[in-house]
Design a protein around this ligand. Structure first.
Ligand SMILES: C=C(C[SeH])C(=O)N1CCC[C@H]1C(=O)O
Ligand SMILES: [Zn+2]
Length: 597
């Protein structure tokens, strides 16, 4: 009797899964059409379609609830039923669902189309985030120009989003409660399927904080050397606009004048790419070739036909890089406004990593075509990029020339990786600690900006370039806050990618603990079919099993741990300890003198 019920359940869920795949295909095509051509008409079409689809989702959900699936034997079947038993935002009544959609697409459109005036020419007011403002932050060494650009962007993309954001929080929390969650923070954390996710994030930060503080102290000193102590204090937080990035989330753009051994050969990959006439297409083809060298899947023909890899000149689009699965097993795309530089070379591998994951799990049921947890999806491309950014690989593709590794060059290399990977962690941690407080109500709208900067000062040791008030809303000046994209996924990714990298380097024979000729920092898994097969086996699982099973399949570990990252950066940590002692640099930071609460 039970077998018959389970058999009927399986028939039901598999046809439901097929129908769900068609709905996701239609919804994603409508979202692509809107974000690839931002017009009121395309926004309306996308909203109307999601409303229509939500009705079909609701009917399916009502029927799914009728099944007594908890007693089934087949764990995979139970997992499918469990996932299909959560309706999502479609649980909201139509008018509230529409309001929620409009508040998010309003914020995202504002972010994507915001323009500011140039510091050098105040009549030139068509500067967009990409490529104009990004280029100013990459190149300008004028604190006043950087301050102006920072303030104008945070006014246009941040403050302007405050009312939409406040409404979005209210409605999204209502949807969370309709799905039996306390609030959106609870809902977001449920995706990680562990009871103590927030404690795990805090533990990881405890593990990495000493390394971050040493790196922060060293960079503050080098910035003080550059700009003077009236711009950068000896013991305070670092002014956020001097770190080469609008959000101070990675500091690669200040590498050239802050690296430990300045007289060693330049590692300027961007210049080499420009000298060698790299194009966006060539960057994509090189990334595709790396994945193929691992015996992973080539990008399919539709990918090359349908992707948007350069900013169009005839319309407004969402430039923030994204990868798209249309759930039909053959249509996969990337949309990004590529510029020929090191940063976008990394981003291209990051996005190709998402598509490789889509390709590896495309034969799973639709409901399992997802990352083992959201951090896994963000870690695939970055893990590959860890090999690509090794001096060995960059030499093999001719982007750097000259001598093999010596001690000082290795420290420079670890420093370059550290101002990308280590400094990102407190930024990522801050972004969702802030939003957890917002969704839980411990951060009310009147405290949004004050609490945001309190966290940024406490964890990142940065301060805004000018005083802030609650007229501002600086959090929304970051894409993921304006676009309703959860961010703890990146914090998780920047930890587990080093666990993945170490495991793959082991399998490729590129890394042998204690063997100085097989160091982790030199590892390049290029052309290792063994490593590629091990990675593919994990990616094929999608979200069909709890993520510790996927993690164990590749690394033998069942938990997120900072030990991979700490092992990778060990030589840099030792060097920073000695260097900060030598210069007597203050470790950590005293309270900021900038007013923001
Ligand atoms: C490249 C993407 C698209 Se999923 C991205 O948003 N990333 C990649 C790393 C961190 C984060 C960011 O830019 O803030
Ligand atoms: Zn990503």
């Amino acid at each position: 009797e039970l077998e018959a019920l389970e058999h009927e359940g399986r028939e039901y869920i598999l046809q439901l899964d097929k129908a769900a795949g068609l709905r996701k295909n239609r919804a994603n095509l409508a979202e692509w059409n809107y974000t690839a051509n931002i017009t009121k008409e395309n926004e309306e079409k996308w909203i109307q379609l999601r409303l229509e689809i939500s009705k079909q989702d609701k009917l399916a959900w009502e029927e799914t609830k009728m099944y007594k699936w908890q007693g089934f034997q087949d764990n995979s079947l139970k997992r499918m039923f469990k996932k299909y038993s959560e309706l999502g935002v479609a649980a909201l009544p139509d008018d509230k669902y529409k309001q929620l959609m409009r508040s998010v697409s309003g914020m995202e459109a504002n972010y994507a189309t915001s323009k500011i005036c140039s510091f050098k020419n105040e009549t030139k007011c068509d500067l967009a985030l990409e490529p104009d403002i990004t280029e100013i932050f990459a190149k300008s060494l004028d604190p006043e120009e950087l301050k102006h650009t920072w303030v104008e962007w945070h006014k246009a993309a941040g403050a302007k989003a405050r009312s939409n954001f406040t409404q979005y929080v209210q409605l999204y929390n209502e949807a969370a409660k309709l799905n039996d969650y306390k609030d959106v923070a609870d809902w977001w954390q449920a995706d990680y399927e562990v009871p103590n996710f927030e404690e795990q994030l805090a533990k990881l930060w405890d593990d990495v904080k000493p390394l971050y503080q040493q790196l922060h102290a060293y960079v503050r000193k080098r910035l003080r050397d550059k700009y003077g102590d009236h711009v950068v204090s000896a013991k305070g937080p670092i002014p956020a606009h001097l770190l080469g990035n609008m959000w101070a989330q990675t500091w690669n753009n200040i590498e050239s004048f802050t690296r430990p051994y300045p007289d060693k050969k330049e590692l300027d990959i961007t210049q080499a790419m420009k000298d060698q006439k790299y194009t966006p297409l060539k960057m994509f083809q090189m990334s595709d070739e790396f994945f193929r060298s691992l015996n992973l899947t080539a990008m399919p023909e539709k990918f090359w036909k349908n992707s948007i890899i350069e900013k169009p000149t005839d319309r407004e689009i969402v430039c923030h890089a994204s990868a798209w699965d249309f759930y039909d097993g053959e249509d996969f795309r990337i949309k990004q406004c590529t510029t020929v530089d090191y940063e976008y070379f990394q981003t291209t591998h990051h996005e190709m990593g998402h598509v490789q994951y889509f390709l590896q799990y495309k034969d799973q049921p639709v409901i399992f075509r997802d990352g083992a947890n959201p951090g896994f999806h963000e870690a695939v491309g970055d893990t590959i990029a860890l090999s690509v950014s090794s001096p060995k690989h960059l030499r093999s593709i001719g982007l750097i020339n000259g001598d093999a590794e010596d001690e000082q060059t290795e420290i420079n290399q670890l420093y370059k990786m550290g101002i990308d990977k280590i400094v990102f962690l407190p930024f990522a941690y801050t972004l969702d600690l802030f939003r957890y407080g917002v969704f839980r109500g411990s951060t009310p709208p009147e405290d949004y900006n004050c609490h945001f900067w309190r966290l940024r000062e406490a964890l990142q040791g940065v301060e805004p370039p000018v005083n802030r008030t609650e007229e501002d809303f600086d959090a929304a000046a970051k894409y993921h806050v304006s676009a309703n994209v959860e961010y703890a996924r990146y914090y998780v990714s920047f930890i587990i990618q080093f666990q993945f990298h170490r495991a793959l380097c082991n399998i490729a024979g590129e890394y042998v603990p204690e063997d100085v000729t097989r160091k982790l920092v030199d590892c390049d898994i290029y052309r290792s079919v063994a490593a590629g097969n091990a990675l593919a086996n994990m990616l094929k699982m999608g979200s069909s099993k709890p993520w510790p099973d996927a993690m164990e399949a590749l690394t033998g570990q069942r938990a997120m741990r900072a030990d991979g990252l700490l092992e990778y950066f060990r030589p840099l940590y030792d060097w920073l300890l000695a260097e900060n002692q030598r210069t007597g640099e203050h470790i950590g930071w005293q309270p900021s003198n900038i007013q923001y609460c």
